[in-house]
Ligand binder design. Structure first.
Ligand SMILES: [Fe+2]
Length: 454
């Protein structure tokens, strides 16, 4: 992330309307009050000590630039501590029976309890997590499940024992910045994809989470790095800073893979019947996102859960599934073509950004080729399978479905990344990057139209 953008993010945090709105909403059921007098940067007293932070107080607060983040001047009744957070993890397990079963099968119950209770939560973190638990309960579920999975991966990788509570703490804090993102952005794009502003606001959460932790004293640098790197990828296509393999810490990589697995299980699989073990198929197309040892460790943990792969899919029957896969394979074929032509367009470009974007496109093309799902042979094979849908095991067909979806998501992620660059550097449609963007957008629009028709 560029320094100018970091400054903007810092401003949006210290004067966060989104967070103040959360506080006012919570104040209706749990007392939140000013812990000291709150002043603006001109020295005017805005709120006196003891005032409840209700909607009226928030209206006053957001009209002024405060001298310091609001968190520093508020107190919330009954905040979550390490042990109440751990109890909440068990509440989450009750709602995700497959994860509960995995937790028990992995023989990790008492060890995890010790790790989860090892670190004291600073008051600022306790406040943030309390607000998250009330206002963003699904993010809270993901936070806790991600912390659990991250520690499992860390243990599988043979991290030193003292590193596991740090990993847990980083995972628990990784999405606190979401509380400062506008609610409309969190609802997702109304139509199509996020626009560059919305995408940037969403990406800022990793930086804001880190900034919140920087306010807490004595936390190790590798913990802060892990939090800000939990959406970075080894191929440089992640956010917020497009860091590459050599710049990424091990803890950040672990958080990143845990975050992906849990997001799949909690959000993408919601209502589908798919279980935690099914995320393993999606990981197979993430070879350029995570370091190999991290990927292998996560996959090994999933294999050790004792869960069986399911055969749930979103189609009405097996025949419809095969037809969907056939169309998906054709889309991936087109996707590979768009990537190849993008690589060609950038061949003679020498600017740093063009070289970087070309490298991203090559990486995804490579992932697509390695998966074997973006070539004509698969389309031809699926054309055959349409006539004999029972010849292939259902579990394998559903796995292909998952992998196709993940590859298309990676393409969207690349598009959003390039869109951000074009917006930041005012690159119009006549530039090489602009041309690529148009062809990617055309592909995605057509894809969306086809998906809506289904
Ligand atoms: Fe995140």
């Amino acid at each position: 992330m560029h320094s100018k953008e970091v400054r903007e993010v810092r401003l949006s945090w210290t004067g966060s309307n989104a967070y103040a709105q959360h506080l006012a909403a919570i104040n209706e059921q749990r007392l939140i009050r000013a812990a000291s007098d709150i002043y603006d940067t001109d020295g005017n007293l805005i709120i006196t000590k003891g005032t409840p932070i209700d909607y009226e107080a928030v209206r006053r607060l957001i009209r002024h630039k405060l001298t310091r983040p609001l968190d520093a001047d508020i107190e919330i009744d009954s905040v979550l501590g390490a042990s109440s957070l751990f109890r909440r993890f068990h509440d989450v397990l009750r709602r995700f029976s497959d994860v509960k079963q995995a937790h028990e099968n992995l023989r990790f119950v008492s060890e995890f309890e010790k790790i989860a209770n090892r670190m004291q939560l600073p008051m600022l973190v306790s406040q943030k997590l309390t607000v998250m638990a009330i206002r963003q309960p699904i993010t809270m579920d993901q936070t806790l499940l991600g912390a659990w999975f991250a520690v499992l991966v860390g243990r599988e990788l043979g991290l030193e024992e003292k590193e596991l509570p740090i990993l847990y703490f980083a995972a628990v804090c990784r999405d606190m910045g979401m509380l400062h993102v506008d609610a409309k952005v969190l609802e997702g794009p109304q139509k199509g994809l996020f626009n560059p502003e919305e995408w940037k606001a969403l990406q800022s959460h990793a930086v804001v989470s880190r900034m919140i932790l920087e306010e807490c004293e004595g936390l190790p640098e590798r913990l802060l790095d892990a939090v800000s790197q939990h959406h970075e990828n080894i191929d440089g296509t992640g956010y917020p800073s497009n860091l590459k393999d050599a710049d990424l810490g091990e803890l950040g990589q672990i958080l990143s893979i845990a975050d992906t697995i849990v997001a799949l299980r909690v959000r993408k699989f919601r209502g589908s019947g798919r279980n935690l073990r099914d995320t393993q198929a999606a990981l197979q197309v993430e070879v350029d996102t995570y370091r190999e040892p991290v990927l292998s460790a996560a996959s090994k943990v999933l294999s050790s859960t004792g869960l069986r792969r399911t055969t749930f899919h979103g189609y009405s029957n097996r025949q419809a599934l095969v037809r969907g896969l056939y169309e998906g394979a054709q889309s991936l074929l087109e996707c590979a073509e768009v990537l190849r032509s993008s690589i060609g367009i950038l061949e003679n470009e020498t600017s740093k950004r063009s070289v970087t974007i070309q490298a991203y496109a090559k990486r995804l093309n490579h992932t697509l080729a390695r998966s074997g799902l973006g070539d004509g042979a698969v389309v031809a094979w699926l054309e055959e399978v349409i006539h004999h849908p029972n010849d292939v095991a259902l579990v394998d067909l559903t796995e292909i479905d998952l992998q196709q979806r993940e590859l298309l998501w990676q393409f969207k992620r690349l598009y959003l990344n390039i869109q951000g660059t074009a917006e930041r550097e005012s690159l119009g449609p006549s530039t090489a990057i602009g041309q690529i963007l148009v062809s990617m957008q055309n592909f995605l629009t057509e894809l969306q139209r086809k998906q809506e028709d289904c």
